[in-house]
Design a binder for this molecule. Sequence first.
Ligand code: UT7
Length: 331
Amino acid sequence: MNCNVQSVGIIGTGSYLPEQIVTNKDLEQLVDTSEEWIVTRTGIRERRKAPQEMATSDMGAIACERALKAAGITAMEIDMILVATVTPDMPFPSSASLIQDRIGAKNAAALDISAACSGFIYGLAVGSQMIATGMYKHVLVVGAETLSRILDPEDRSTLILFGDGAGAAVLGPVEKGTGILSFDLGSDGAGGQYLYQEAGGSRFPLTVETLEKGQQYVRMNGNEVFKFAVKIMGETSLRALEKIGLTKEDVDFLVPHQANIRIVDAAVKRLKLPSEKVYINLDRYGNMSGASIPVALDEALRENKIKPGDNIVLVGFGAGLTWASCVIRWS
Ligand code: UT7
């Protein structure tokens, strides 16, 4: 980041996980799968499910209130809300606008970001530029998902992976030399065919026919996404480090997208990190897409895994296909 601009960092985080736990044993009752297969192939033991009356903005709003409290600022001091989600309450208005109303952030601009599991880091990139250039002072970046609503109850390859939850971070000015140091963002649209939700947009509006074909559900070519993920997680992290003259030896803590323990392990191997420098919660929550990284970051902070001065790498990949990584020197 240019040294003549305001340094920007995360000054408070918060998260919300719905209470209902869905175990692998529960899923054994629904589809042809087993606890053993799920744990060995993914590392996931359980995930959360939002109650019927709760949508993405409801969970996001709670995470935001907690992040504001941690940052010690009020909702009125927020200039912009960015919500990374693939499961907005509805196509429009944005979940960001709904959250803005809910938390009373009357001075905030609001928009959603669609970059799937990479969305939270994309949001940090957009929000931090607003502050760095002096346009805004505080931006709330939220990752919130109700993936349980778009899973095919008969598709074992996706049903076992995904969970619901929300995380939020307040971006604000920090001391020079600290805060967000670099980003590496990208997309390979040719890989869009490997992970998508076909119906509900302008190409396939929701009709009786699309619903009968199950086009409203997530469809995934797990093997293709897996191959992409194991390659890109390490590559993008190294690129973000290189941009500011750091190497993998400089990394103090890694907060990866929580998709599959085998994918995280591949990134960890590439970066040669010991396990205590990596945050894992996918065993408890599964893959929460855009919410994965902010929830993991919030938990890591509450567990005192991150200290001032540490070089933190956040890294994710997702539908698009997209990828994103970010280096932060914790303030
Ligand atoms: O945020 C991005 C979201 N997406 C991802 O991160 C997905 C990335 N991909 C993956 O994590 C993995 O590819 C999966 C976990 C989805 C699948 O694991 P895999 O080791 O790639 O398994 P596979 O698809 O190659 O399937 C191996 C076998 C197959 O059976 P056969 O053909 O060998 O008899 C599958 O039919 O496992 C079977 N299988 C299952 N068995 C029990 C697939 N899903 C299941 C299941 N339970 N849930």
